[in-house]
Design a protein around this ligand. Structure first.
Ligand code: ZN
Length: 198
């Protein structure tokens, strides 16, 4: 490759690891960036920089926030007796869209996956267990109905149940293997309403 296109190749390398993008998509994105007006491309770079610099995990639920504690954890209107456990911050957005859940959340930032070398110690389990005080009456396992999602829910339930906290699992009307974040609001609402004991 000639020296002068190396920065372009570098840009492709940066985009390629995004889920569902691949080398072809990454090449397209790199050329799109090159076709942008300079100011727009700089805005993109700045948006990434700011998001990474200003956001961090909420001290309580591990969702992303610019403050020490996120808006949901800080809200006096939320029901503190229920914690809904999700794989990623994206899932909180999906459940909030149903407007039916008023409890708190906990983000694990992943699922147990021996194939990918992800074990319990890499996920935010410790932080969840530390939150289980007398106020918490129910923990809802809202991980996706995939092999990893089920395994994670079962693993956590085994740790939580002996503490005397009710542990439930979403009743999915979703095909097994699908992801929570793609579920429509009605399906998610029904899954929440019909949740069962674990
Ligand atoms: Zn929070």
């Amino acid at each position: 490759m000639p020296q002068n296109v190396e920065p372009l190749e570098n840009l492709v390398e940066q985009f390629a690891p995004f889920p569902g993008i691949g080398r072809k998509g990454a090449t397209r994105m790199a050329y799109e960036v090159m076709a942008m007006p300079d100011a727009q491309a700089m805005e993109l770079a700045k948006a990434i920089e700011h998001a990474k610099k200003d956001l961090h995990r909420c001290r309580i639920c591990q969702d992303y926030t610019a403050d020490e504690v996120c808006r949901i954890c800080a809200s006096p209107k939320r029901d503190r007796s229920t914690i809904c456990v999700v794989e990623s911050p994206r899932d909180i957005k999906a459940i909030e869209r149903t407007h039916e859940y008023n409890g708190l959340y906990h983000v694990l930032h992943g699922l147990i996956s021996p194939m990918d070398g992800v074990g319990a110690e890499q996920l935010c389990f410790k932080e969840l267990l530390a939150r289980l005080n007398d106020t918490v009456k129910e923990v809802i396992m809202a991980t996706s109905p995939t092999v990893e999602g089920e395994a994670t829910a079962m693993y956590l339930a085994k740790l939580i149940k002996p503490l005397g906290v009710r542990t439930t699992r979403l009743a999915y009307g979703l095909p097994v293997g699908s992801s929570l974040e793609y579920a429509d609001e009605t399906t998610l609402y029904r899954a929440m309403e019909g949740r069962g004991e674990l």
